[in-house]
Design a protein around this ligand. Structure first.
Ligand SMILES: Cc1ncc(COP(=O)(O)O)c(C=O)c1O
Length: 271
């Protein structure tokens, strides 16, 4: 809730009650467990919903279908603007909804390479990341109502995850995406927190665009690969969200005092 504060603020203003989770590592995994716990005791008057392409059927297929509008639009727009297909499409992968959304527009275009970028956190050689398809800390398992690659130990206990981006800080991945990865249709890469801050800074200063920390993972990989591509090849980077919601996390990461000053100034103005 702290890391997604602006989103939580708007949810509350729209009338939602947002309940903080105090269990475990207090990330998305724990929030999903808690939501399941509450749901099984109050099925008469509540319904479980999930915004990403994970969890029990029909969520993966249903959310993938909703999000496919992104791929349909991107396919149309790249044809109109570039006159052909892109060479590569990049998307960050938390649960996988934005990646599935854009990839679906290009799955049948066999020449278009699809690249999913996971949270490399403090590095794949540490235990502080959330990379399921890259690295060797994940294995197939069943949890939270579905079967996929989960970050887990030898006893099948879920591992803690870390990412600077709250939305990528999750142990599982869409079963559809892990299948596409296994079949070789989607290539997976990982971007570290430091690389993300660097790519975010470059994007802001050169393009005037402020991508979300999650989306910045996709920018990292595109920036790594673009120099070795031909100038005629087009690439698409899916910007899954704006960085406005991340203002305090980013200020904190850059050691900028503004996040503290902002909070103190707001508190003072209410005295
Ligand atoms: C801006 C943004 N991008 C990406 C994600 C990751 O989710 P998914 O992989 O389902 O697109 C999130 C999740 O909260 C998000 O807020």
């Amino acid at each position: 809730m702290a890391r997604q504060r602006p989103n939580v603020f708007w949810m509350e203003k729209l009338g939602a009650t947002v309940v903080p989770v105090t269990d475990g590592s207090r990330t998305l995994k724990d929030a999903i467990n808690e939501a399941f716990r509450d749901w099984v005791t109050s099925m008469d008057n509540t319904h479980y919903v999930l915004g990403t392409v994970c969890g029990p059927h029909p969520f993966p297929e249903m959310v993938a279908w909703f999000q496919s509008i992104i791929g349909t639009e991107a396919h149309k727009q790249i044809l109109a603007q570039h006159g052909g297909m892109p060479a590569r499409v990049y998307a960050c992968v938390g649960g996988g909804s934005n990646a599935m959304g854009i990839f679906q527009g290009f799955l049948d275009e066999s020449d278009v390479e699809l690249i999913g970028v996971e949270a490399g956190g403090k590095g794949l050689d540490t235990d502080q990341h959330a990379s399921r398809m890259v690295g060797d800390r994940a294995a197939a398992g069943v949890a939270q109502g579905y079967k996929t690659m989960f970050l887990q130990d030898d006893d099948g206990q879920m591992l803690d995850t870390h990412s600077i981006a709250a939305g990528l800080d999750y142990v599982g991945i869409s079963p559809i995406l892990s299948d596409l990865g296994e079949k070789g249709r989607v290539r997976f890469e990982a971007a570290t927190d430091d690389e993300v801050l660097e790519a975010l800074t470059l994007t802001m200063r050169t393009e005037g665009i402020i991508p979300a920390l999650e989306s910045s993972h996709a920018f990292v990989q595109a920036f790594k690969e673009a120099p070795s591509m031909s100038r005629d090849e087009a690439i698409i980077i899916n910007m899954s969200g704006r960085g406005d919601k991340d203002i305090f996390t980013i200020a904190h990461a850059f050691d900028d005092p503004s996040w503290k000053e902002f909070i103190i100034a707001r508190a003072d103005s209410y005295r």
